[in-house]
Design a protein around this ligand. Structure first.
Ligand code: FAD
Length: 448
């Protein structure tokens, strides 16, 4: 492709987005290293994660999809109130499958990370654990990344996929301030606001709870979402809290207290309460975490540092679209980099200003969708957790009227939006399709 052989990308964070970014670069023939602060990449952290069809298509394109072990396919969504009243039931998941040929997949965060990690070419040398990024020096021809263990790593650019409390984002903010200040203030305190706290949990062998359902049970200030397969059930129970900046790490005791205080909530028909589910939850993997909402204003600095994933946009688990949004950004950035490097003549590296322009194009391309996703997340939670009287009215009455056809609204509003999902432009691929046309396609192998 004519790319410089010396161009090297440093990725901070081996979460789902960092590993997907690594795959995208690997497919473009770009050298990379992934730095992960934890001692292990594949570990039990978190519970269920949703893979939306556009993301499933990307995972299929890079050959990772079939390696995800435990995949649960749902059919229906059931909305309830926490007194057991069923508000509505409709075949959301079947509609998606019909439209795209891919189903929404429920799986575990661990299984996704394991599939991305084990299929990444050269993963044992290129993914470094116990490597916490703490500081970055900008050089004329690249970056020097300092790790908390005292080591340094040199590269051409740093991509910060290091999550909602991104050290890379903080470093960018410091560098901007040192360079004379900036209107965009992207520190944790101002950009990522904690408005919710929630438990991610898993129950093995959920016998007696109808499989194939996505149950969503609510009352003012609470929302429980539960995906039930034949042999596993994943859930997230969200509670509203007063908006605040910063970070809290909850202990197992605090998680237990949080769960027991909500034990009375009915979360599925036939009187099933959260207390019943908590009693059967695998306590080793259950976590209580804050859920933030926010979008950074400045995603790149000096043509050398750029953000992707939760470091750049954070939405709650309500829409199941957090990983999807980060994956779309990773794909967009990879397309920009591959394009830039493929036009590079000779062995030299692209200049910082060329890289800066590529990063700017990436931000311009992804910012409107990111802002729209954040606004939609805020509005959806207002409705599904009855955050205001308007939200309550919409959720409890307006959308429940017999003449409101949820399936039709979903087909005309959500499906066209989902059909705009990006793919890697340089990886030949046909993939699956359904009744809705994917707007962005890549040529098949023989056409390239
Ligand atoms: C522990 C944990 C559990 C989660 N559980 C769920 C879940 O059950 N369901 C769900 O839908 N979503 C879950 N999420 C969120 C979900 O993973 C993200 O919203 C989404 O997938 C985007 O992922 P990401 O890779 O951008 O960020 P993250 O998933 O947050 O990954 C960031 C990675 O960067 C690493 N990192 C952070 N700082 C540094 C540093 N300074 N140097 C090097 N590495 C660093 C972290 O250890 C982590 O591996 C969880 C996130 C975390 C961190």
């Amino acid at each position: 492709m004519g790319a410089s052989t010396t161009f090297k990308v440093i990725i901070a964070g081996a979460g789902p987005v960092g590993l997907l970014m690594a795959h995208a670069l690997s497919r473009a023939g770009v050298d990379f290293v992934v730095l992960e602060e934890q001692d292990e990449v594949v570990r039990h952290a978190g519970a269920g994660i949703a893979l939306m069809p556009g993301l499933v298509r990307i995972l299929d394109q890079i050959g990772v999809l079939e390696h995800i072990k435990r995949q649960v396919f749902l059919r229906n969504k059931m909305d309830l109130v926490t007194n057991g009243t069923v508000l509505q039931q409709w075949p959301l998941f079947d509609l998606v499958a019909e439209a795209f040929g891919y189903r929404i997949i429920q799986t575990s965060r661990k299984d996704v990370i394991e599939a991305l990690f084990t299929t990444l070419p050269g993963h044992s040398e290129r993914v470094k654990t116990a490597s916490k990024v703490s500081k970055v020096d900008l050089r004329d021809d690249g970056v020097t990344v300092h790790l908390a263990n005292g080591a340094t790593v040199d590269g051409s650019i740093l991509i910060g996929c290091d999550g909602v409390h991104s050290r890379t984002r903080q470093i960018m903010q410091q560098l901007r301030e040192e360079a004379g200040g900036s209107a965009a203030v992207d520190d944790d305190a101002t950009v990522m606001e904690r408005r919710f706290a929630g438990i991610y949990g898993r129950v093995d062998n959920p016998v007696g709870i109808a499989p194939g359902f996505f149950y969503e049970s609510r009352e003012a200030g609470f929302l429980m979402q539960m995906s039930v397969g034949d042999d596993v059930l994943w859930y997230v129970l969200l509670r509203h809290q007063l908006p605040s900046p910063g970070r809290t790490r909850y202990t197992a005791e605090e998680c237990d207290e949080f769960a027991k205080a909500l034990a009375h909530l009915q979360i599925a028909p036939l009187g099933l309460t959260f207390g019943d589910i908590w009693a059967r939850t695998d306590k080793e993997t259950a976590v209580l975490v804050d859920q933030q909402q926010g979008c950074a204003e400045k995603w790149h600095h000096g043509g050398r540092i750029v953000l992707v994933g939760d470091s750049q946009l954070k939405v709650t688990s309500e829409s199941g679209a957090g990983f999807m949004a980060g994956a779309y950004s990773a794909v967009q950035l990879a397309n920009e980099l591959q394009d830039l490097l493929s036009k590079q003549s000779g062995p030299g590296q692209p200049s910082a200003s060329d890289l800066d322009a590529a990063f700017a194009r990436y931000q311009v391309a992804r910012m409107p969708a990111s802002k729209a996703m954040l606004e939609s997340d805020i509005a959806r939670l207002d409705q599904s957790m009855w955050g205001s009287w308007k939200g309550w009215l919409m959720d409890r009455w307006v959308v429940r009227m017999p003449w409101v056809d949820m399936a039709k609204i979903f087909k005309t509003r959500a499906i066209p939006r989902m059909a705009g999902a990006p793919v890697l432009r340089y990886v030949p691929f046909e993939g699956k399709s359904g009744t809705a046309e994917w707007q962005i396609k890549v040529p098949r192998v023989e056409a390239l």
